[in-house]
Design a protein around this ligand. Structure first.
Ligand SMILES: [Zn+2]
Length: 173
């Protein structure tokens, strides 16, 4: 059974996303840009979050980490390379790491470029990928910490995913 996804706006132009596995009841939050809209989405869906999957360390992706951890006792996962800058992180991942949301397999793809440790999360069975500030609807994230060839290699990895993969990105521009 594919995951269910609730997408909503946070801050001025960030997307917030909840990913719910209906079989196990587990729910992941993809990044935590702002507490209030995430809480509203949790209330609206009735889904109790069990983990936060962090894509990168920027403040507009981790600001609500500690508040949500305190409230829901959830586990915070994020890239090993940026662990020092991710509040409340419990578990680190890197390219090729595999996580599970119930039986749903989550594959970690290192996509450096916007930041040096940025990761994307790919759910092959549900055919969705969460690319945050690597790949947008019409472009890619700004290159804050890497040179263009690094981002190009990351975009090539995402381009190699099956064509039917739905991409959820980090901002609405
Ligand atoms: Zn960013």
């Amino acid at each position: 059974m594919p995951v269910e996804i609730e997408q909503f706006m946070c801050r001025s132009d960030n997307f917030g996303v909840l990913v719910h596995d209906p079989k196990s009841g587990q729910t992941a939050i993809i990044d935590a840009p702002e507490e209030a809209p995430i809480l509203a989405a949790i209330k609206r869906t009735g889904w109790t979050p069990t983990m936060i999957l962090t894509t990168h360390h920027h403040m507009d992706h981790v600001e609500a980490n500690l508040a949500l951890k305190e409230r829901f006792k959830l586990r915070i996962v994020g890239p090993e390379a940026e662990k020092a800058k991710i509040p409340g992180i419990d578990e680190t991942v890197e390219d090729g790491s595999v996580l599970h949301l119930g039986d749903e397999r989550i594959e970690v793809i290192a996509t450096p470029g916007h930041t040096a440790g940025h990761v994307s999360y790919y759910l092959p069975a549900s055919r969705v990928a969460f690319t945050a500030d690597t790949l947008f609807a019409l472009g890619c994230g700004r290159l804050f910490e890497c040179k263009p060839p690094v981002m190009y290699e990351s975009l090539k990895k995402l381009a190699a995913l099956p064509a039917e993969t739905a991409i959820y990105c980090g901002h609405e521009y």
